[in-house]
Design a protein around this ligand. Structure first.
Ligand code: UTP
Length: 275
């Protein structure tokens, strides 16, 4: 029912400098696969086969990754090395990739608004690829798409975090409808731990209804002078319908060095095909 997924991949990735000085953070590999490909695989699994990328300067390698490399294909055609292309060929067979450039990096909210041209007027998923989400059963976006079918409103994925870490996240408060599902009535971006409404932190998976674009257009820059998606979602929540969902699975903050190392070890131990 939701066919499109937006990938804001224009950020600077300052927490991972100098690696990200000339290389997109989203192309950092977890073992042998770039972060953004994990996100695309999760979206395709959820039925969101149109992957809309909001890119920026210095991010051309992301567009190249989701395209054929003729020389490479020719070089390894018919050899035992073709197996290494299996996962990306599978993604290219199933997905459609569209791109738009964010010319000024004015924050996640601004990146999402830039993606409007690719999304149009349907509900859509959002993946922040530096949050790697893994689950043995259905992926996080597939879980959220299932919830969307029931509630028809924006959904944010949440995770409990230690209270002293809430200042790194958008944080929600709301009415608990059942275990792990909340109707949101308040959202705050990067609150001081003593003012935080809860320790339920928003992570990088969303389903958004398209009215978010009009709200974002009217949203003034907030924390750090950036247009914050959380502020626009807070407006949507006040209008009635934002759900927060504590997903099944593990999430790794691969935009930070410790999270990246943890994810690498986890994937190597649990998912890497050693052949
Ligand atoms: P982050 O807050 O992780 O920012 O953005 P960042 O610049 O990528 O990383 P740090 O904090 O400097 O290390 C969350 C997501 O939003 C995208 C990023 O690419 C990331 O996926 N983003 C952010 C944009 O696409 N455009 C922006 O203007 C800001």
């Amino acid at each position: 029912m939701i066919h499109k997924c937006l990938f804001p991949v224009a950020g600077y990735g300052t927490r991972f400098l100098p690696a990200t000085k000339s290389m997109p953070k989203e192309m950092l590999p977890i073992v042998n696969k770039p972060l953004v490909q994990y996100g695309v695989e999760e979206a395709i699994e959820a039925g969101m086969t149109t992957c809309a990328m909001v890119t920026g300067r210095g991010k051309r390698s992301i567009a190249d990754h989701f395209d054929i490399s003729y020389e490479l294909e020719h070089q390894i055609s018919g050899t035992g090395k073709e197996v290494y292309l299996d996962s990306i060929r599978n993604v290219l067979d199933k997905g459609i990739f569209t791109m738009v450039r964010q010319r000024e990096m004015k924050g996640l909210g601004h990146a999402i608004l830039t993606g409007e041209a690719l999304i149009g007027s349907d509900p859509f998923g959002v993946v922040l690829s530096d949050d790697l989400c893994l689950n043995d059963g259905p992926g996080v976006l597939a879980q959220m798409a299932e919830l969307y079918r029931q509630f028809r409103c924006s959904i944010v994925a949440i995770q409990e975090v230690p209270p002293e870490e809430v200042n790194k996240y958008g944080v929600i408060a709301g009415e608990s409808l059942k275990d792990g599902l909340y109707r949101v009535d308040k959202m705050v971006e990067k609150p001081d731990p003593k003012d935080a409404p809860s320790n339920l932190a928003i992570i990088g998976r969303y389903i958004l209804t398209p009215d978010i674009f009009d709200i974002l257009r009217e949203t003034p820059p907030g924390a750090n002078g950036e247009v914050q998606l959380t502020d626009a979602l807070q407006t949507q929540a006040q209008q009635g319908c934002v759900m927060a969902y504590r997903f099944q699975g593990r999430r790794f903050d691969c935009g930070s060095v410790p999270g990246f190392v943890e994810a690498t070890n986890f994937v190597y131990e649990n998912h890497y095909r050693r052949d």
